[in-house]
Design a protein around this ligand. Structure first.
Ligand SMILES: [Zn+2]
Length: 328
């Protein structure tokens, strides 16, 4: 992906890529499932998508042991096309397969379905930051604090960022700034799909709200966001966060069938949920929830001594999930 990433060094180029879908060079993003074997690799990777960039075919792959994703030219791997249910059977005993199954065991609640808590190897939490559509600028102080306060002890600082396509389109300067922190090795971001439009209604009941709103085109919400990420040089992860943390069992199953592990939260700080070790912490850095950001910054101050002593840290969501789903 470094080649794709290198094309967008400026926010102007990023804005152009995001404003004109396809023009950024990424189009025809589709669900394409199978197993890919790379020369020298011990185990196959899972193919989730195919897409075209700069006139060349690419595949989006996930490593079932690390949950890391990569985009590779289609010619770089030999691919066996398999149905999603065949892929699920083939990877059932891998951390990725177990994470999908574990998420499915928590797929029923209307709110906060999916993984909400992980088994950490040491004290600490996973931080997830949602960027839902917003007219306000990015709350940069959250990321600045991560770099300045944790970066001395953990570099890059792991953070999961849940992106909406609408936010990316409206905030190219903020996105470019965020990507510069990743490029400079300050942050290790896990980019989570949070739908494209993130529709929500102040009047509809929860069970008809967010992605449950009648008329929602789920495939386009999932895939357009991934295409926007790829156009911006971002590799989408194999995680999904439901807008509003709201889903039905049927919607949940459809998202899992895209190969995505839904991630909820047991510590939405602005809703007075307090983190424990292994919590998946949720804050919004889209300017709409300064309270959550303030509380996270306070958490960093409270943990300052432990951070300095190396006894409290942020975890990488991919590693946490892969580790949590290790055989018991
Ligand atoms: Zn959201």
């Amino acid at each position: 992906m470094s080649r794709l990433r290198a094309r967008f060094g400026t926010s102007a180029a990023l804005a152009a890529a995001l404003l004109a879908p396809g023009a950024g060079g990424v189009h025809a993003l589709r669900v394409f499932t199978g197993l890919a074997r790379e020369p020298g690799a011990a185990a196959p990777s899972v193919v989730l998508r195919s897409f075209v960039s700069g006139g060349r075919g690419f595949l989006l792959l996930v490593d079932p042991h690390t949950l890391e994703t990569r985009a590779l030219p289609a010619g770089a791997v030999s691919v066996e096309r398999r149905s999603w249910s065949e892929v699920r059977r083939a990877i059932a005993d891998s951390p990725y397969g177990r994470a999908l199954a574990e998420a499915e065991r928590h797929g029923v609640p209307l709110q906060d379905a999916g993984l909400t808590h992980l088994r950490p190897p040491a004290p600490g939490v996973d931080l997830t930051v949602d960027l839902c559509p917003s007219r306000l600028p990015l709350d940069r102080r959250l990321f600045t604090a991560l770099v300045e306060e944790l970066g001395r002890y953990q570099r890059p600082v792991p953070v999961a960022v849940a992106l909406t396509g609408a936010w990316m389109r409206e905030h190219p300067d903020d996105l470019a700034w965020l990507l510069s922190l990743v490029r400079d090795g300050e942050l290790a971001a896990t980019w989570v799909d949070h739908s494209f439009h993130h529709r929500s209604s102040a009047t509809l009941p929860i069970r008809e709200n967010f992605l449950l709103e009648p008329g929602t085109d789920l495939a386009s919400e999932v895939l357009q966001t991934e295409a926007a990420m790829l156009a911006a040089g971002i590799t989408p992860s194999a995680f999904f966060r439901f807008p509003g943390l709201v889903s039905s069992p049927a919607l949940f199953a459809r998202v899992v069938a895209f190969g995505l592990v839904p991630v909820g939260s047991d510590a939405w700080l602005a809703k007075n949920e307090w983190p424990r070790d292994g919590s998946i912490v949720l804050v919004h850095a889209n300017g709409n929830e300064p309270l959550g950001v303030r509380r996270f910054l306070q958490l960093l101050r409270d943990q300052r001594e432990a951070i300095r002593a190396g006894s409290w840290q942020l975890f990488d969501l991919r590693e946490s999930v892969a580790g949590s789903e290790a055989p018991r």
